[in-house]
Design a binder for this molecule. Sequence first.
Ligand code: HEM
Ligand SMILES: *[C@@H]1O[C@H](CO)[C@@H](O)[C@H](O)[C@H]1NC(C)=O
Ligand SMILES: *[C@@H]1O[C@H](CO)[C@@H](O)[C@H](O)[C@H]1NC(C)=O
Ligand SMILES: *[C@@H]1O[C@H](CO)[C@@H](O)[C@H](O)[C@H]1NC(C)=O
Ligand SMILES: *[C@@H]1O[C@H](CO)[C@@H](O)[C@H](O)[C@H]1NC(C)=O
Ligand SMILES: *[C@@H]1O[C@H](CO)[C@@H](O)[C@H](O)[C@H]1NC(C)=O
Ligand SMILES: *[C@@H]1O[C@H](CO)[C@@H](O)[C@H](O)[C@H]1NC(C)=O
Length: 482
Amino acid sequence: MKLTALLGGLTIFPAPQSVPRFPALGPTTSRSVRTNNMLINPPGHPPVPHLDEVTTSSFNISNVQAEVLIVDPTGFKKLMNMVIPTISTVDIMLDMSTQPSASLNMAFSQTGLHKLGIQDNLNDTVFSGGQFADAPNLAESTNTWVSQFKGTSIHGVYITASDSSNSLMQQNSALQTVLGTTIQVVYSIQGQARPGDQAGHEHFGFLDGISQPTIEGFGTPLPGQVTVPAGKLLLNREQDQMTRPSWTIDSSFVAFRQLKQLVPEFNTFANDHPASIPGMSQAQAAELTQARMMGRWKSGAPVDLAPLFDDPVLGADPTRNNNFNYTHPGFNSSSDQIHCPFSAHIRKNVPRTDLDPIDLAHHILRSGIPYGPEVTEVEQQSGQTMMERGLLFLAVQSNIASGFQFLQKAWMNNPEFVKHKSVLPGLDPVMGQNNGSARFTTGLDPMNPEGNTTLPMQFVVSRGGEYFFMPSLSALRHIISS
Ligand code: HEM
Ligand SMILES: *[C@@H]1O[C@H](CO)[C@@H](O)[C@H](O)[C@H]1NC(C)=O
Ligand SMILES: *[C@@H]1O[C@H](CO)[C@@H](O)[C@H](O)[C@H]1NC(C)=O
Ligand SMILES: *[C@@H]1O[C@H](CO)[C@@H](O)[C@H](O)[C@H]1NC(C)=O
Ligand SMILES: *[C@@H]1O[C@H](CO)[C@@H](O)[C@H](O)[C@H]1NC(C)=O
Ligand SMILES: *[C@@H]1O[C@H](CO)[C@@H](O)[C@H](O)[C@H]1NC(C)=O
Ligand SMILES: *[C@@H]1O[C@H](CO)[C@@H](O)[C@H](O)[C@H]1NC(C)=O
């Protein structure tokens, strides 16, 4: 398995000694000798350097995502020749002394590939149909979608990231200088790691980026980490089930979603539905409810191992915080929700021993970053979201119908999943969707695990997105030379 090739597909950024350089990048920014690491490594994340780290929400950054139209495909391809030699591998990203001042990723929609003259069928019908057409399968209305995502007009996306807003601005203007009027930005949104001790946490407050699949042949997995065949994440690798054009090797499909989070509303719900553990304060009981919805405490500690109270030491320990499987001696895992509800977000997405044999087909690599401001005092007190915030969600996989779409449709949205339990689990209370109709879930209260709760609203509202093809370096060369 090739580290270089794999991450070539995921992380594209100017190399320190790149020739030619982006015109707008001066020597100090394009060749940084860093004194600080661009990646954050909050307690609980696998240690840096770690393969998965580069694709998770681990940048100490601002990040800009720009959805673009390719106005002049011929000019675009020609100018991309200047960008391609600057593309480098993840080795550089993992070594602080060679990290660039800003990273760059690029991916194309089906419309964009057509525009660039690629007529080959990449054999992913969900990708080629686009996300707008897929909304009914995800059980969501597109009424809440950002208008630019409605339809199939977006051609591509570039993602720049840096820990310095100056470098980020420079990187963006450099890119725009190079590509000039061959592209037109139609939508852009800035992601932002949360401040202080919330770095690495999403807006509900939970540490994110803990559990990722690792790829067969890549070193030793951490305890509890699942190992999947390379072809589950990369095209044309072992156990990619589909036949693809050979030039797509080591590329991936990416599901991008802008997911708005209603944080004060999420908190109000928990306050109104505290777990009924004798002797627990209202605040502790409300926190337990939220932890059971997620399957983890805010620190990252899994409720399966810490069922009643948060355990920040466990949450911060990457050798223990992912090492659980929902089975416990003396408990029947068909009915045990004392530890973790069947419907919890992480259990719905990765059911571990709930499926026998353990599932290897439906894994994604997640790479999200929060966007929007911190919750204000006024919002917290009124219980109402007034300013948009949420997660810029990115899922990497080789097959969208088995990856992102499957998890949303067949597991999170499906009240019957996981089957053969003592109670119908209901929806994932965090991310399950039901076309805007009432959602129910079970297992929120460990004292009444069969209890059925109607959720008053969706705490996460989709603002839409698009499906993209993220080429490996060789695939990118193929595209621009076609
Ligand atoms: C705003 C929306 C979302 C929030 C706030 C959220 C939050 C979280 C958190 C806090 C974790 C636990 C940390 C970790 O294990 O890395 C997690 C895990 C996970 N989430 Fe989400 N998530 C969201 C949307 C999604 C979506 C749309 C999907 C897939 C379609 C997804 C799939 C997963 C998976 C696969 C895991 C790992 C579970 C495991 O391995 O145990 N999430 N999420
Ligand atoms: C992020 O970078 C800033 C500026 O270099 C630094 O002050 C801060 O400590 C970093 N945060 C983390 C979590 O590493
Ligand atoms: C949501 O609505 C679409 C279109 O009407 C339908 O095809 C789909 O089955 C619905 N999904 C759910 C979970 O009700
Ligand atoms: C897609 O892959 C499947 C499975 O290998 C194959 O049967 C089918 O012919 C392929 N379709 C295209 C358009 O390549
Ligand atoms: C689940 O985890 C426990 C504790 O680590 C272990 O003893 C058991 O073998 C695991 N079960 C499965 C099916 O992997
Ligand atoms: C576990 O519970 C299920 C359903 O609640 C039941 O059918 C099964 O017999 C139980 N298994 C054991 C070993 O008690
Ligand atoms: C929970 O309530 C919903 C809506 O009334 C219902 O469809 C579902 O079957 C109930 N589930 C359980 C486990 O009682």
